[in-house]
Write a protein that binds this ligand. Structure first.
Ligand code: PFF
Length: 457
């Protein structure tokens, strides 16, 4: 399939089936798997939370992802343009604009964490991270992130690197890198898991992940699980609309989405299995928050031969995974400026990069100068994460689902899902329609209102 010469002009397509999945996975797999999934699971009590998360991934994340694919491939446009093409002259396109804002806000703190990961590549090379003493591990991390210039430097570097890849174009930048490096990340995680589960005292950590304690489930945990489902699959901001517009006419949208979701879940669970046995084996609390990854992983590697070497590789791969996700995020506001405002790609990339560095610095400085500056009781870092995961993505995702379910015609939706009838999957199409019309919207609304305390069960 070659979508390069389409009505949109300079839109590049993905070369192959594997390319589509690799690129979409490149957006989904990232710090969400190795950083956010473990720390949120740790804060919310383990196995029971994971079950709720898996339920939402299937019930909400997957149908919203398919909806975004439908919009993107049907319109052959990025998020805002997709609404404008499919529903000309209506205010639906504002949903696309809210997606642009969400992507921007996620980048503001995501680049901060990615900066920590980039920096940890170099710290691991020196061997200074290898310790089996949790106090030392924590101290090393804290003294790094509470600095002023060093974390800012790494964050800005991350923004520059990602911007440079964006300028190099879709095919060269994303497809090639993810296709080769994601499998290596997978392998390395498996090595970590083997080491972690054989540590003395690992069983408590395994039980934490496998034995659900439903008393840990509250309305706030349920909301967090839903937020994670959106964040993990990169849905609820139009990223997947853009990717859908690159998907060839012969690919199955449903098949692509399911494969991406399953692979993504595997990576998260592996990361959990690498981290929690170590958390318990080394005797610290699972509810460490955002520093969990940075404290535990070095300790896992310090108990194996060639620890510094593997630890360095781990953070290199983590940086690559984070970069794949950031490319897709960065691309949302850039696509908006180029396709809707008419900026050149270069100008758009630079403007967005500068704005991201500015706003993102407020997240990074939450550990330092802005530690006491709170919005609704949250530091800027936590605030960006909270409003995007728990409010903006659910609402934007809800509207995307409603748009595809009720505003697009049944015929159009069926046509996209079945590739013009050639997939012969009428039963599935009807099932999807029920989920996206009723089940997912009701679930999103109930979880949102309940989690925010507007209604109580
Ligand atoms: N899914 C990515 C992760 O889990 O790291 C984060 C992400 C990327 C969220 C792209 C949203 C997005 F649009």
């Amino acid at each position: 399939t070659n979508l390069s010469q389409t009505s949109m002009g300079a839109r590049e397509g993905f070369g192959t089936t594997l390319g589509v999945i690799a690129a979409t996975l490149g957006s989904a797999v990232g710090l969400g798997n190795i950083w956010k999934f473990p720390y949120i699971t740790g804060e919310n009590g383990g196995a029971a939370f994971i079950l709720v998360y898996l339920l939402f991934a299937c019930l909400i994340g997957l149908p919203v992802m398919i909806s975004e694919f439908i919009m993107g491939r049907r319109s052959n446009a990025a998020s805002v343009g997709a609404f404008k093409k499919l529903a000309p002259g209506t205010p639906w396109f504002l949903t696309g604009i809210s997606g642009v804002l969400v992507a921007f806000l996620i980048m503001s703190y995501y680049t901060s964490v990615a900066g920590w990961v980039f920096a940890y590549i170099f710290k691991s090379m020196g061997g200074g991270l290898l310790t089996t003493d949790p106090k030392v591990s924590e101290q090393v991390f804290n003294s790094f992130i509470t600095g002023t210039w060093s974390p800012l430097f790494w964050q800005w570097l991350v923004i520059i690197v990602t911007g440079a890849i964006i300028l190099a174009g879709v095919k060269n930048g994303i497809e090639r890198m993810t296709k080769t490096l994601l499998p290596i990340l997978f392998l390395l995680l498996i090595i970590c898991v083997i080491r972690a589960v054989t540590l003395p005292g690992a069983s408590e950590g395994i039980a934490f992940l496998m034995k659900p304690d439903f008393s840990k489930i509250t309305s706030a945990t349920i909301l967090a699980a839903m937020g994670l489902a959106f964040f993990k699959l990169s849905v609820g901001m139009g990223v997947m609309t853009t990717y859908g517009s690159y998907i060839g006419k012969n690919e199955s949208l449903f098949g692509t989405a399911v494969k991406v979701m399953l692979a993504d879940i595997c990576v998260s669970l592996l990361a959990g299995l690498a981290i929690f046995p170590a958390v318990f084996a080394f005797g610290f609390s699972p509810a460490q928050g955002p520093k969990l990854l940075f404290m535990t992983i070095p300790m896992v590697f310090s108990s194996m031969p060639m620890g510094s070497f593997f630890l360095t590789i781990f953070f290199i791969l983590a940086s690559v995974a984070a970069t794949g996700a950031m490319i897709s995020l960065y691309n949302v506001p850039v696509a908006y400026l180029t396709e809707e405002v008419g900026c050149s790609r270069k100008v758009a990339t630079v403007i967005i990069g500068l704005l991201m560095a500015l706003v993102g610095s407020t997240a990074t400085l939450s550990n330092n100068l802005l530690a006491n500056f709170k919005v609704f009781g949250l530091t800027m870092f936590d605030f960006y994460g909270y409003i995007t995961d728990n409010i903006m993505m659910p609402i934007t995702g809800l509207i995307i689902a409603l748009f595809v379910a009720w505003r697009m015609s049944k015929y159009e939706v069926a046509d996209e899902l079945s590739n013009g009838g050639s997939l012969n999957n009428g039963g599935f199409v009807r099932f999807y329609l029920v989920v996206v019309r009723f089940v997912a919207p009701v679930a999103i609304i109930v979880v949102l209102l309940n989690g925010l305390g507007f209604i109580k069960f």
